[in-house]
Design a protein around this ligand. Sequence first.
Ligand code: SF4
Ligand SMILES: [Zn+2]
Length: 537
Amino acid sequence: MNTNIKNEIIKDLIKSNIKNSNDLVFFKRRIAKKYKISCPKNIELLKWYYSYLKEIKEKPSKHLEKLLKTRPIRSLSGIVNVSVLTKPYPCPGKCLYCPIEKGIPKSYISGEPAVERAKESNFNPYLQTQKRIKMLKDEGHQTDKIELRVIGGTWSYYDKDYQLFFIEECFRACNEMNLKKPKTKNNKKQKISIKNLKKEQKKNEKAKHRIIGLSIETRPDYINEKEIKWLRELGVTMVELGVQSIYDDVLKINRRGHSIKDTIKATKLLKDSGFKVLYQMMPNLLGSDLKKDEEMFKEIFENPDFKPDYLKIYPCAVLKEAPLYKIFKNGEYKPYSEKELINLLLDIKKEVPYYIRIQRIIRDISSEKIMEGGVKITNLRQILSEKMKKEGFKCKCIRCREVRENYNPKEKIYFFCDRYEASGGKEMFLSYENKDRTKLYSLLRLRIPSDPILKVLKNSAIIREIHTYGEITPIGKKKIAPQHKGLGKKLIKKAEEITKNEFNLNKLSVIAGVGVRDYFRKLGFKLKDTYMVKILK
Ligand code: SF4
Ligand SMILES: [Zn+2]
């Protein structure tokens, strides 16, 4: 790269008012796109910075120097997320608020980062996966543990051949990261078979880039016994359910096309099969109001029919591409004010239990896309955290407790076990945390199912999730903090004891992502159907 471009980049850097490492990541992405280069490393930027300053005879800013000298923050939850978007395809839903944009899967709109990446790759799953991994790598992330997120409309509505092709290509992309040239395939020409998928999955068990979790998004009325079996064949471990509201009248007005009964049934089927369940909720829907929305979240936290593991809260926004726009223009729909929405979100955060992770509270939509109707604040999290500080409370959700950069290897940690009833079964949320539960080091979700439909899970307890936080540890390498070594293993041991001693069961099954099967093998589990199973002695 010639000096002029380097200087241009540095001038931009100085102008950009970069406050923290997060801003720096966004800056690097922007630069990479603008100049069609790979993301520069911090150390490179620092070098260019010094030589530019020498030229203009100025002194470096202490702040920028410090930022560029620190190694980029690794993936703080211990894994990296790779989102891949499916091709444009119809959806059976007719939801009022859902945008329809030509050439993009329903419910998504251009401008969202994942959508833009997908468009560049012509929605090819192989290219999307590899590009994203490469990008994360260039940004300094460790990319050997991948949580793959398949997004776009209603997954279960795509034809099965396409689904097979899509997932197989994502696995193959991870397995072939070392190839110099990508070997893409076309799903119309490729011979699609479950055998090919299994082959790539098997390879991925030992690959450098392992898929340790796989999620899809779908509608509650599409979850049934057959679908559950199919999702397991594909390797899915988490399902994002478009629940949106728990009131039938609100669902009806918004033309969701399913009832709350479907949500309750889907939640039970999924949990009893070991899946992690994420609810996508939409406050401010037509027909709802602040009080109703407040009660809705209380109910999903307290009523055993719901109690999701993860939550995404996307307040309804009026987009020009959605039918709601017309209703809004006629004055028949009124979005909450900024203040109202913030207060609602604060109430939710006050009530959220320890075992839920609030994944997102706003969508990645650029504010120009949101018409007059809807809150345009994109730094909502920041505003909320300032308000919480002022009011003197902390959100108890998993995301806010994850230890992240506060990882302290010397800190004393304690074992906790939260028990609750959910969808007819018994849930135990086991964790290692600091004394006041503000720092979460490791978690495990154990379920005694009520009525599992899969034979392999009969008379078995199920581990639905296990996760250790802190800096990502490359597969096969030593842990960074020896004092906290093996927290995951300790939790599995506890789960085995509870299963045997309290529930008199001698079988423990794990819905393990393909990339973690090996980990469980070493602990005495064996692959049975698509689960890792251990007979307890
Ligand atoms: S089900 Fe989802 S994708 Fe389909 S119309 Fe409704 S919101 Fe849009
Ligand atoms: Zn939180």
